[in-house]
Design a binder for this molecule. Structure first.
Ligand code: HXC
Length: 514
């Protein structure tokens, strides 16, 4: 055969495999508003940057008629490419090939690219569109998932791991994403469950649609399994690309720095904060008035909205923001918001991203539901995560900092590096109303006009404790600052923290509350 013939033969072979599950299956995929696995990779990566491996891998299963089935690429595409020039490893499951189900060779392709990502210390992006373990391959497919979970865990905190859910994902196809750092979903397309509605109906007699059981909205708003929610696959890929600009390639590097930019517009922070301390405001407006170009990239926007987390840049460098949101539940810490904040703090710490905390909250949420839902162990995660973190940690107390909330939100006592407070800060064991009712109970009850006396005592308490100056007098607060001095003070604090070293006793690992 001439060389030309060899090349033509290779091209033919490639073309055949690249058809995935064939025309009919692709039509079905497209009719559901879904891109094919190959289109997804090309849409996500820089143009012409994708290089594929293991195109010709075939399954070796022989049972249940599998010996007569050819599954192109064994239902998954793997390779390397770049996003805005940053190298990434990627895999995309192909639902048109046996529902993207995971057999032994399919798993081996995924573990190969995972090993590569870990060895090369670059981010891993997994596009999941799979019915989970391939039933016909029995224990081999379970073994395959086990190997993936093991690698997800070993790579955790070393390289960023990103999961994209773009189809009905069941079993292992959702447990692997749950072990990764960020999970992206698309409305009406993403579904996540450990087993689908059919099995639920058979085993439990319960009827529910796929969407109501585990649609994108369910996971973005209720379960917290998803970190991002998009209206289309194209929007989802834009979100992933943006995330990649904020995070480093691995835990030994810093995120790429961008040219510094001032915040947009001329918004004065003083104009954002209402004069009545009982009135709420959107803390995201404060963040936008502080960060470069007013560009704040929020994470888990729809879940536990009483806390806001996300990335912004200060002087061109990536910063993680954690902020109580007075607009929702007065910004309290509860089980979900504690989980959300703690995990993000640990992410930032693992990947060398300084943390800025903006505090305005009345404490942990009390109540039977919260106590029985384990607010003690969930809330403890925030204490653990801030105490454990060794990246630069800076706090600004905007208004309320009461009780456990004051300690938890990166206080000096958990070894914050810099503590700033606005003059509107109220730092105390609890709010003036509650405090006066307890400590002046007798005086109020015995007064001729109890309500007048109560008001007097509330005022007395406010003047004495509900301000930043008692804490400032003890050095717990480094500086009481004007709201519009915030960006300047933060930039300076970050500047003088670049060489921060904070060594901890040697240990295998800690045991954080779960
Ligand atoms: C083999 C599978 C499959 C699987 C889907 N297919 N899931 N083949 N093993 N796990 C095949 C179907 O047979 C079908 O093949 C094609 O993929 C498309 O599937 P449909 O059912 O027609 O699609 P749809 O109606 O959209 O439903 C998708 C689905 C459903 C919700 C994912 O297929 C489903 O419930 N699958 C089983 C899910 C599951 O329980 N998986 C095992 C999880 S256990 P044809 O040839 O007809 O096109 C697991 C172990 C790890 O993963 C545990 C972690 C701790």
């Amino acid at each position: 055969m001439s060389l030309k013939k060899y090349i033509l033969d290779l091209r033919k072979r490639r073309e055949k495999v690249q058809q995935g599950g064939g025309e009919k299956a692709i039509e079905k995929q497209t009719a559901m508003g879904k891109m094919t696995a190959r289109e997804r990779i090309l849409a996500l990566l820089d143009q012409d940057s994708f290089t594929e491996y293991d195109l010709f891998v075939e399954h070796e299963a022989r049972d249940f008629g599998m010996d007569k089935k050819q599954l192109h690429g064994d239902g998954v595409i793997i390779g390397t490419g770049t996003i805005y020039g940053a190298p990434v490893c990627v895999f995309a499951q192909d639902f048109t090939v046996a529902g993207g189900s995971l057999g032994l060779m399919h798993a081996r392709k995924i573990t190969k690219i995972m090993d590569h990502a870990l060895k090369m210390r670059v981010p891993l992006i997994g596009i999941n569109d799979s019915g989970g373990a391939r039933i016909q391959e029995g224990v081999n497919s379970l073994a395959g998932y086990g190997e993936i979970f093991y690698r997800n865990t070993i790579a955790s905190g070393v390289i960023p791991q990103i999961s994209v859910i773009l189809g009905p994902c069941a079993g292992g196809a959702v447990y692997s994403p749950a072990l990764t750092d960020f999970v992206f979903t698309v409305d009406k397309i993403s579904k996540m469950f450990i087993t689908g509605p059919n099995v639920i109906k058979t085993v439990l007699g319960e009827e529910i649609s796929m969407e109501d059981l585990g649609g994108a909205r369910v996971h973005a708003e209720i379960t917290g399994n998803a970190h991002f929610f998009a209206n289309s696959e194209a929007e989802c890929f834009d979100q992933i690309k943006k995330l990649i600009t904020f995070i480093p390639w691995n835990n030994k590097q810093k995120a790429r720095a961008f040219p510094p930019k001032p915040p947009k517009g001329k918004t004065k922070i003083e104009d954002i904060i209402p004069s009545d301390p009982k009135n709420p405001y959107d803390v995201r407006d404060v963040i936008k008035a502080i960060v470069d170009d007013s560009d704040f990239f929020e994470i888990q926007e729809l879940f536990a909205a009483n806390i806001v987390i996300g990335f912004g840049r200060m002087n061109g460098e990536t910063i993680g923001f954690v902020a109580n949101q007075p607009l929702v539940l007065a910004g309290v810490l509860d089980t979900d918001s504690s989980d959300k904040a703690a995990r993000f703090i640990r992410y930032c710490d693992a990947f060398n991203i300084p943390i800025i905390t903006l505090e305005d909250m009345p404490g942990y949420l009390p109540g039977i539901d919260q106590e029985h839902a384990g607010v003690i162990r969930h809330g403890a995660k925030v204490l653990y995560a801030y105490s454990e973190a060794t990246v630069p940690k800076i706090t600004v107390i905007l208004r309320k900092a009461y009780g456990g909330g004051y300690i938890a939100m990166n206080s000096r006592h958990l070894h914050a590096d810099f503590m700033f407070a606005w003059p509107t800060a109220e730092i105390a064991v609890m709010g003036p109303e509650g405090a006066a009712n307890i400590i002046f109970k007798k005086e109020i009850e015995e007064a001729d006009d109890p309500e007048k006396m109560r008001q007097l005592k509330v005022q007395e308490y406010k003047e004495k404790f509900a301000n930043p100056y008692v804490a400032a007098a003890k050095g717990y607060i480094d500086s009481v600052i004007e709201p519009d001095e915030t960006r300047k003070m933060l930039l300076h604090a970050l500047d003088v923290s670049v060489s921060k070293e904070d060594h901890r006793p040697e240990k295998k690992h800690g045991i954080p509350p779960f």
